[in-house]
Design a protein around this ligand. Structure first.
Ligand code: Y43
Ligand code: MG
Length: 201
């Protein structure tokens, strides 16, 4: 079993990675396992910049290859907001529930046709002697008027996936992995995985 370090403290995100990487016999370690004290400030204004900050800071600290994920929700009716501010959308002490409440409030007068949105995920891979690399994925959908579903995390209960005719939170972890922004980004990273992480054993 091979270990891969994901520079995140988000347990929902970590679960997504576990589902995505389990087929390769990879065990996911997070900051909770390898550097609980480390808090990387996300001071960038792009997903790439924040993914880079998280990956390079943790890679430097550990002297190992790590993957960081910076991701968020871009809503067309809000001009692409909350974007890189998705995790902090409802301000100080933000939670997934408060963020969803704020989002639904801002969209309450927006008609069904105009509720289009996408999830965006940028993975950065950094490590000793490695030029940081990036892998991106997106997932198109629409914002619901009320939450539905218990799976996933973040905005999943209000993100309707048209092809699946359900919200992201109504998909199983494997179904989400097949259609999500994070899944797409990981499949792009897969092409370099042998070189970056060595052959899976
Ligand atoms: O698949 C997803 N399903 C639902 N919501 C999602 C997803 N992917 C990102 N999101 C939302 C959650 C959070 O509001 C923001 C990520 O913010 P982001 O800074 O990348 O992650 P985070 O602060 O939760 O954890 P960390 O920085 O430790 O990896 O976008
Ligand atoms: Mg974050």
């Amino acid at each position: 079993m091979k270990d891969v370090i994901i520079a995140t403290k988000n347990r929902g995100k970590a679960k997504d990675f576990e589902t995505l990487l389990a087929p390769y016999g990879i065990r996911v370690l997070t900051l909770h396992d390898v550097a609980e004290d480390l808090d990387v400030e996300e001071t960038g204004d792009t997903f790439h910049e924040n993914a880079r900050l998280k990956a390079e800071t943790v890679a430097e600290r550990l002297g190992k290859i790590v993957i960081a994920d910076d991701s968020g929700l871009a809503v067309d009716a809000l001009g692409g907001r909350p974007g890189v501010y998705s995790a902090r959308f409802s301000g100080e002490g933000a939670t997934d529930e408060k963020n969803i409440e704020k989002l639904l409030g801002e969209l309450k007068d927006v008609g069904d046709e105009d509720r289009t949105a996408r999830f965006i995920c940028v993975l950065a891979v950094a490590g000793p002697g490695l030029q940081t690399r990036y892998y991106e994925g997106t997932c198109e959908g629409r914002i619901m008027r009320t939450p539905a579903g218990e799976n996933g995390f973040g905005y999943d209960p209000v993100f309707y996936v048209p092809n699946e005719e359900r919200t992201m939170a109504q998909l199983t972890p494997e179904e989400k992995a097949a259609v999500s922004h994070r899944g797409e980004a990981i499949r792009r990273l897969e092409e370099d995985a042998g070189e970056l992480f060595g052959a899976a054993d």
